[in-house]
Design a protein around this ligand. Sequence first.
Ligand SMILES: Nc1ncnc2c1ncn2[C@@H]1O[C@H](COP(=O)(O)OP(=O)(O)O)[C@@H](O)[C@H]1O
Ligand SMILES: O=c1ccn([C@@H]2O[C@H](COP(=O)(O)O)[C@@H](O)[C@H]2O)c(=O)[nH]1
Length: 430
Amino acid sequence: MDSKSVEDMIEGLSGFHFSGFHMDGSKLNNIEKPTTTLAIENVHKQPFIIGVAGGAASGKTTVCDMIIQQLHDQRVVLVNQDSFYHELTEEELATVHEYNFDHPDSFDTEKLLDSMENLRHGQAVDIPNYDFKSYKNSVFPARRVNPSDVIILEGILIFHDPRVRELMNMKIFVDTDADVRLARRIRRDTVEKGRDIGVVLDQYSKFVKSAFDDFILPTKKYADIIIPRGGDNHVAIDLIVQHIRTKLGQHDLCKIYPNLYVIQSTFQIRGMHTLIRDSQTTKHDFVFYADRLIRLVVEHGLGHLPFTEKQGLYILVWISVRGYAVYQLLEVVRVWRMLCEHVAKGSRLARFLFIGKVRTTVSSLFMKNYHKTSQKGMCCYWILFSARAIQLSKLFHYLQERVYRNPTSYFSISYPHLRVYMWCAKASQE
Ligand SMILES: Nc1ncnc2c1ncn2[C@@H]1O[C@H](COP(=O)(O)OP(=O)(O)O)[C@@H](O)[C@H]1O
Ligand SMILES: O=c1ccn([C@@H]2O[C@H](COP(=O)(O)O)[C@@H](O)[C@H]2O)c(=O)[nH]1
């Protein structure tokens, strides 16, 4: 295995030509600007919204707290459906024991949707503080909630309204046995809410039990994840947090570009990726798995592209090269080039760009490293560099602004160390 680090090698390769001829900076500046501009600064980041439903006292709040604790390095807010209980009228208050707090109509869902809409658009909201003793939401001051990276929406009927469900990126149902829920409810309502045990049991048999069967349990089918035993299920919570972290890691470009697809991470993909990242993997196996992975990406990506003959197919490959041996990198490059030529039927690899230095500004990278060959209707960009997501998004923005015209669609696959972006745009005139 070559002892020279790939990063060193790539740095040394600034200006390296794989194919094509040099395009000078003046020509680059003449390239028409896209008709639509996606200014990164103006695009508001969409929060990752998680819904947590389940029966009363199933452990929803406990699960949310555990997720929030593990995501301590992210901006996370919890919004409880309880906060959106309708305030009781005098008449309802007079017969409060006849009031069904477990029916969907007991919540002000319009207000909840309003608040969520504001949060999604980056505006702070005041969430009411419902008082379980007075049944009013005006006793305590409202809670100011600021826009965040992650919003957790928690409540017994949070999956009931399809408009609320549609807001969610991830839906969790906390599944706890009915007897455990009842035992916890009795303790909580008598100790914390100061209620009489007889009243608690009456309410349970009159409303809570049937509402669970009629309204809450039927929403379990909407859940992406069902957590048995609530907060006791540390494995489930760890997996959820891991998934959220992965999503947040990918979120930057996905938030900026709504038509960016991230391929589903499967055991097979993760397994192959682990193998190609393992220094013990033989050269033969590396070649085999790298080839399989790359084919998978290209096949998947092509399915998303509204490709026509008049459009160019652009492929941007990002590989974090740290830890790769030179032959591994070159193998990846070889397979990509081969596949690119294969999928871009009848066309040679028309454009190939190799970028090594991270610190160089994007524009100067382009001046120095832009190479091209003419190719009617079809062109591919290859960009290999080591950069963090933010640098990548800047580069992406630059490409949108300066190089590619009218990008119509692009696609992304992302593993921890390999990211591939593909998109179609009008073919260049040159
Ligand atoms: N795994 C658990 N073991 C023991 N008690 C729990 C557990 N999870 C929750 N509780 C208790 O049960 C009650 C209800 O839990 P909570 O998380 O508030 O449920 P929910 O939000 O679904 O109503 C609380 O008093 C809480 O302390
Ligand atoms: O004034 C009220 C409002 C609600 N309830 C009960 O609360 C639970 C829902 O809260 P969780 O925190 O999800 O357990 C629901 O079963 C209502 O019956 C109440 O008793 N009084």
